[in-house]
Design a protein around this ligand. Structure first.
Ligand code: NAD
Length: 249
């Protein structure tokens, strides 16, 4: 039997980028997958179905409590429950603090961090009730390195790491684990379209890693598969750096 047979996963930001790779892998593992994104998730649903699982695309801005509630309701209507949350949606504008407006700061915090509040408020009660649940929130190894030009982003990712630690303590006795995965710089839709290449960031980051090549979305999917499986039942409150050994803690 596939490891995730009979489970339903909701993956945010899965219409493109790394989230799409998570959705595809969870589908290959046998899970039904809900693609929650502001962009059209139809292409990802095609990949989920090609893997032999059921998929559902829901339009959802994760920074909106109402939109998250509607997405959770749509997922429950289609699949009955959501057993696994992979909160991957996030934005990472590069901007020095001296040039940053409060609106830009709030936008990053809203999309990256407030969203975790909305998603967990909606989805955790059913996981606790059924005494089985897996929450994985995508943070970033930039939290450990504290590089410049991303103070809003790194504040949001640090907030997620703290959130995971505390929430894990509250639900550990109820069969629900809460963890975080911290990637390095990954070649995704967002980083390919962003200034990362021009700024030489792919090469710079790769050289700082123990494994000196640029991370790909596929490098992350095994960790997501494992942390959302039965096998990871005794791992909670952790942040796993899947980053080619950039952080060596
Ligand atoms: N790419 C990297 O180098 C890298 C490194 C560390 C961490 N991360 C984290 O991984 C996650 C995915 O990054 P990526 O590179 O795949 O990004 P991406 O920009 O390629 O894709 C992000 C996806 O999220 C969606 N999205 C954006 N705002 C949203 C919102 N408000 N509500 C719902 N969906 C929204 C987009 O439509 C898109 O489909 C992010 O949380 C990011 O911070 C990325």
């Amino acid at each position: 039997m596939a490891t995730h047979e009979g489970r339903t996963a909701l993956v945010t930001g899965a219409a493109a980028g790394i989230g799409r790779a998570y959705a595809k892998r969870l589908a290959e593992d046998g899970a039904n997958v809900v693609v929650a994104d502001i962009a059209d998730g139809a292409e990802t649903v095609g990949l989920i179905e090609a893997a032999g699982s059921a998929g559902l695309a829901v339009e959802c801005d994760v920074s909106s409590a109402e939109a998250v509630a509607a997405a959770a309701a749509a997922a429950k209507e289609r699949f009955g429950t959501v057993d696994i949350l992979v909160h991957n949606a996030g934005i990472y504008p590069i901007c020095e603090f001296k040039d940053m407006t409060f609106e830009e700061w709030r936008q990053v915090l809203a999309v990256n961090l407030d969203s975790a509040f909305h998603l967990c408020h909606e989805l955790l009660p059913a996981m606790r009730e059924q005494a089985w649940g897996r929450v994985v929130i995508i943070s970033s190894n930039t939290f450990h390195a504290g590089i410049g030009g991303m103070s809003h982003y790194i504040a949001s990712k640090g907030g997620l790491i703290g959130f995971v630690r505390s929430l894990a303590a509250e639900v550990g006795e109820e069969g629900v684990t809460v963890n975080s995965v911290a990637p390095s710089l990954v070649r995704s839709k967002g980083t390919t379209e962003g200034p990362h290449e021009e700024l030489g960031l792919f090469e710079f980051v790769a050289q700082g890693q123990a494994i000196k090549r640029t991370e790909q979305p596929e490098d992350l999917v095994g960790a997501i598969s494992f942390l959302t499986s039965d096998d990871a039942a005794f791992i909670t409150g952790q942040t796993l750096c899947v980053d080619g050994g950039w952080v060596r803690a």
